[in-house]
Design a protein around this ligand. Structure first.
Ligand code: ATP
Length: 366
């Protein structure tokens, strides 16, 4: 634990009308195209979205590594838009470790303190930080003598050394394997909570974003599609893009039997309709209605064993298919379905969301 008097309070970060255009050979590229975000003090915010959607650019703008084409950044009540990087009190961690290879772990951690001539006991501070990131005893090693995960812990300790009020992380665990990622994620969460630093993390990894963050911001083409708690994003996706990007979805033509019988009224012409597999209800015996809704008959077309889950593909009589998964336990009991079996399906219209395919935005690249 860091000493109490050294404990910084996280910054309140507000981004207003943020725009960043790059001039390229092909013309102006709108990497960030009018973005507002509020990040309360000491909270963790994850920026999530497809590759090239503008997440890193926004992080670099907040860090002061890029200057905006337009818009404002406020740190508490201060207009920080034009503040130099070194005056922003931010700690940075990137995917590439960016440690100094000719310096020991302790020297790496103390580097920022020395540059800034911070009036604290540098050795004690380095020792405290090594303890915080659980690397006690490794201070005299060189980066090459550490594992990838350990190096990222050092990078985190170094970023925290000068008591930043804002911690910015760009795919910090991107180069590490899944097991190490998970461990570091848990460690990071604990550390930023105990230090109280406001944290913004850019990630491709949905699980990471939803596990770590108080607030998840979904980017698409330089714009924010939705910003909210992990629960809000998962339970109440605001746009078809978010629904398609986060979690499993089925996508069927708006004019198909299932949608028509559900009573869902599409507003668009050649639209499609999305719904979560978990919203499918079914009966193995014939019933006219289920949960007060007219059923659509379907045939079990495929049953795939995915290990912990069984994935079923259903085919309706108009050849439209959809999928859903159940846990093994469910598959062994009430959801035991056989290929070729007739079943009767409903999806509540409230669980359906229509979209125009051409409006959906770039395909997620994960
Ligand atoms: P990734 O997850 O792949 O890092 P991202 O969402 O972080 O993607 P950014 O790195 O912010 O995306 O990039 C957004 C877009 O801006 C990309 O298409 C990128 O090519 C472009 N871009 C970024 N920096 C520059 C630059 N200096 N000059 C021109 N274009 C740039």
């Amino acid at each position: 634990q860091l000493e109490q008097q050294q404990q910084p309070t996280g910054l309140y970060v507000r981004v207003r009308g943020m725009v960043k255009h790059f001039n390229t050979a092909k013309g102006v590229f709108k990497a960030v195209d009018g973005v507002d975000v509020d990040i309360p003090p000491s909270s963790i915010c994850a920026l999530l979205g497809p590759s090239g959607s503008g997440k890193t650019t926004l992080l670099r703008l907040v860090a002061g590594l890029e200057l905006p084409t337009g818009g404002k950044i406020y740190f508490d009540d201060l207009d920080a838009t034009d503040l130099a990087v070194q005056d922003r009190q931010v700690g940075l961690v990137f995917q590439s470790y960016a440690l100094f290879n000719h310096m020991t772990v302790s020297e790496n951690i103390k580097f920022g303190l020395q540059v800034r001539k911070l009036p604290v006991d540098h050795d004690k501070r380095a020792a405290d930080l090594l303890e915080l990131v659980q690397l006690t005893g490794l201070g005299d090693r060189y980066p090459r003598q550490l594992s990838g995960g350990q190096r990222q812990r050092v990078a985190l300790a170094r970023a925290l050394a000068s008591n930043p009020r804002l911690l910015l992380l760009d795919e910090p665990f991107g180069a590490l394997d899944a097991v190490v990622r998970k461990q570091l994620r848990a460690g990071l969460k604990e550390i930023v909570r105990s230090v109280g630093v406001t944290t913004i993390i850019v990630t491709h990894d949905q699980e990471e974003a939803f596990d770590l963050a108080d607030q998840v911001v979904i980017f698409n083409r330089g714009l924010i599609e939705q910003s909210g708690s992990p629960n809000e994003i998962i339970k109440r996706p605001a746009t078809p893009f978010v629904m398609g990007f986060v979690g499993d979805t089925n996508s069927v033509p708006a004019g198909c039997m299932l949608v028509r019988r559900s009573g869902f009224n599409p507003r668009l012409g050649k639209a499609r309709v999305m719904f979560r597999p978990s919203d499918i209800r079914l009966s193995k015996e014939y019933v006219a209605t289920l949960d007060g809704q007219q059923v659509t008959p379907a045939t079990v077309n495929e049953a795939a064993n995915m290990g912990w889950t069984m994935k079923y593909t259903l085919k309706f009589d108009d050849d439209v298919e959809c999928e859903f998964s159940v846990t093994r336990a469910q598959a062994d009991k009430e959801f035991k379905l056989d290929v070729g079996q007739r079943i009767y399906v409903v999806v509540p219209p409230s669980a359906m969301m229509e979209f125009d395919e051409t409006e959906l935005g770039s395909a997620p690249i994960i």
